[in-house]
Each structure stands twice: as C-alpha cells, then as structure tokens.
Ligand binder design. Sequence first.
Ligand SMILES: Cc1cc2nc3c(=O)[nH]c(=O)nc-3n(C[C@H](O)[C@H](O)[C@H](O)COP(=O)(O)OP(=O)(O)OC[C@H]3O[C@@H](n4cnc5c(N)ncnc54)[C@H](O)[C@@H]3O)c2cc1C
Length: 492
Amino acid sequence: MKKTGKKAIVIGGGVSGLAISIRLAKKGYQVEIWEQNDFLGGKLSEHWEQGFRFDAGPSLFTLPELLEEVLEFSGHSELMPSLHRLDPVCRYFWNDGTRFDAAADPQQFAQEAAGTFGVDAQRVASQLKHSREIYSISAPVFLERSMHRLGTYFNLDFLKGVVQMPKLDVFKTMHEAHKKNLGHEKLVQFFDRYATYNGSNPYKAPATLQAIPSLEYFRGAWLPKGGMISITRALTEAAQRMGVQIQMQRKATAIYHNGKNIESVEWDGQRESADLVVSAIDVQRFYPLLNPAMPLPKRIEQAERSTSALVFNWGMRSSYPELDVHNIFFTDDYRNEFDALSKSGNGIIEDPSIYLFISSKRVHEDAPAGGENWFTMVNAPGIGALNQAQIKEARERIGGKLSRILGRDIFSDIQAEWIMQPADIARRTGSPDGALYGPSSNTLWSAFNRHANSTSKIKGLYFTGGSVHPGGGIPLCLLSAKIADDLIPSLP
Ligand SMILES: Cc1cc2nc3c(=O)[nH]c(=O)nc-3n(C[C@H](O)[C@H](O)[C@H](O)COP(=O)(O)OP(=O)(O)OC[C@H]3O[C@@H](n4cnc5c(N)ncnc54)[C@H](O)[C@@H]3O)c2cc1C
C-alpha cells in the first residue's frame, strides 16, 4: 500500500475507529488512532475478575459479513474470528413459569411459538416475513448510505425503497404494530424487546424497527469462539498490519481548524497537525473540542439518549444447565419499565426485565472449570451515577428474581463480582450519560436523522460510530465507517 504523506488522526479506538483506520490506511493515509484508555475496543472491551472473563459491552453479534468485509478489505481475511451460530438464539422466562426457546430457524420458531403461546403459527411466520421485508426495504434507504449526500437520492435501490415506504409502518409505534399483528401479550412483549437492541422504547419507536428480529432469524445470531473481544482483536491486528499507529492513553483535548480546513489535534498541551480528522467518539463529546467553537446542531443536542445499563458481572462457582448463552427474564409490566427509564421516571423498577449472557456456555475458558461467567444486565436510565444504595437494592431485586425463577439461591454461588453502572460506561467510553447506542430511535426523526458522517463546514473532518449515521450496535458502527470512507476522497 503506497503512503502519500497525508496524515489522518482517528479519535477513538472503538470498533468504528478501528474500522475507519483500516479503510484510511488502504486509501494511502498515514493513520494514527488516538485512544484515551490503556485498552482498545471502547464498549467492545473485556474485563477479567478472579479467573472469570467478561465481555464488557456487546454480547450479540449479527451481520458478521460486515466484519468479514473490513478484514478482507485490509487483505487479512484470515483474521476473521471463528463463530458459533446460536440455536436457540435466546431462552425466555416469564414470572408465571412460561419458558420459550427462540429457535434460529424461522419455521421452527413459528411452530414452537404457536405451541407455547397458543397462537396461529402462520401469524407468527408472517410477522417474521414482515420483519425481513421491512429490513430489505429500509436498509438501502436508511442504513447503507449517507443520508446527507445528494447522490443517495438518485440511487436505484434508494428509489425502490422510497416507493415501498408505506410498508415501513413509519407512523405507528413498534408496540402498536406488534399488538395488531400478533395479538398475544407475551409474543408482543417478545417482539417489543427488539427496540432495546438500539436502546429505544417500543412504546415510542417507529414500527420500522420491526426489521430488527429479521437479522437473527434470517441472517443468524453469532458468538465468536474467543468471545466478543475477538472482534476488537481482529480489527486491531488488521489495523496494525496495515501500519496504523495506535497511540494509547492519548486523549484528544482540542481540534483546531481555520473555519474551512482541519488543522491539528491537541493532547496534553501538544499539537499534531493532520490533513484529515475522523471523530470516532460520541458526537456530543466531539463538538466541544472544536476550536474555534462550532455549535452542535440543535436536533442532535436535543435528541433523547438511548438507555444505559447496570451490569452485575458475576463469576459463579457452579453451573446452571437450565440456562443458555442468552437468557431473558421478563417483567410483567413492560410499559411501566420503559416509563421508569425515561427522564421523568424513577429508574429501575421493582421487577425489572433481566438479560443474562453466559459466554462460558460456549467459550469454556471464560470461567474456571465447573463455573460460569454471568453478565447480568438491566436497562438503566442514562441520568448520571446511581448511588450505592440504588445499586444494592437493584442487586437484591435481580438476584432475588433469578433465585425465585431458577429455584435456587444464586447469591451463594457468586464467587467474583464486577459491577458496571452508567457512570462507569460513561467513564470507560466517553458516552454521555453512559448511553449504549448514542441517541435513541424513539422518534422517526431521531431514528433516521442522526448526525451526518461529514460536515460541509470543515473540509477534512468526518464522523463515524454509534452516535452518528446510521446508528449504534456493532453492525451499524461498521457500516458507519464504510459510509464515512465512501465520503473521503481517494488520494492521488
Ligand atoms: C452494555 C452494552 C451492551 C451492548 N450490547 C450490544 C450488543 O449485544 N450488540 C451490539 O451490536 N451492540 C451492543 N452494544 C453497542 C455497541 O457496543 C456500540 O454501539 C459500539 O461498540 C460503539 O462503538 P464506537 O466505536 O462507536 O464507540 P465506543 O466503543 O464508545 O468507542 C469510543 C472510544 O473513543 C475513546 N475516546 C472517547 N473520547 C476520547 C478522546 N477525547 N480522545 C481519545 N479517545 C477517546 C473511548 O475511550 C472509546 O475507546 C452494547 C453496548 C454496551 C455498553
């Protein structure tokens, strides 16, 4: 790969920063990643506690072909992690004793849902088909291209998508659509949960988000054989092999421009000049660094944040055969749970829905023999730090609920503990309020009108990552790096 002497500084070493650095190196830039932490991956990082390994953020991997594409692009497709395809995708528990394994095969899923919930299998199968149709119409329109470039609007796939817009249910909420399509309360709750895949509220988010489950049932739910951290490792290795310089513990404190062009980036009082700067950090954190100052667009400033999380990582001394890799324990009052998460709500409700991820079910080295690594998460409002009393209370409620449903005292099995609360997520990743996915997609406007991947105001400045277009989550972050790359001119 030829080097041109043009320098690019990528701020942030999360999945999107790593992905864009590979793309820029391929274009011929001399690329540096600046990462404030002493570890890479941002939200996609890991933590060890007394012999137990915990993935510190994402646990579900969809659309692995997007990772494959970046690695192929780097010329190192051999770095693609081996994957387990999960089947069942997830095991569901309700307080009344109902259990449901979500089979990976859509037909089997529909049959088994019909058996468990006493509904017509055809109705369930139709919902999955509807989900796939919405995805195939909306992805070329809203996800795969810049929404801020004129050329997009003259693209054939885009125009086809626009013609089919009425099928996207944009004026209903997700919950309304599920209620109409499925009728059964538990099945509606099951499908509503997919709003949380981008930190949104199914009672507010547009029904277009019905597209999300199609990824799991038609494209697959995956777990890398070395745990989620393998994704960060593969991207890091590819970037390094391409000559990307990784500067650890280097926090960007100011970005200088002359009103037209980007000039330099500052850390610890020193400036380094750059021809190109890519923000791969939360866009709300990036704007205040600009010098001279530039206001964050109002719609971005005012957008509701996605939810945060309170996670109890528990190293368990024994194993639980009744659990799978992904497990959900639902609340009886889902609406109340989302209301409580909103700005005016009370936070974590008495009987919260619990998400329990156990990578050691498949990645055996993640826990000592006979034990399991439990990533036990509840959604939490992103409104700053929880105090010790709130964390203790939530711990009692969560452990108590799991003990009741599993029929054994789980507290006595906890051998190691590492707690991650919204303030920790904010500190580890620079995400305001510890939001998991940048702005929420609770309105049509916020779902499809995120910050652009470039700005017409300053040449040489680009944006990628979970807080900008097309959105949060690993697949969309990888797409965002691709879209930003498409906007960056090739070097001669
Ligand atoms: C608990 C949790 C569960 C999740 N579950 C899933 C899931 O199951 N599946 C899924 O696909 N997604 C999931 N996500 C979302 C996913 O992790 C993110 O959307 C994605 O990893 C964001 O990547 P990013 O590169 O945009 O940003 P980040 O990962 O936030 O990286 C930003 C990086 O920038 C660094 N940084 C910030 N400011 C500066 C500065 N001034 N100078 C230098 N460096 C700086 C940070 O330290 C960080 O390393 C989850 C997230 C969390 C936290």
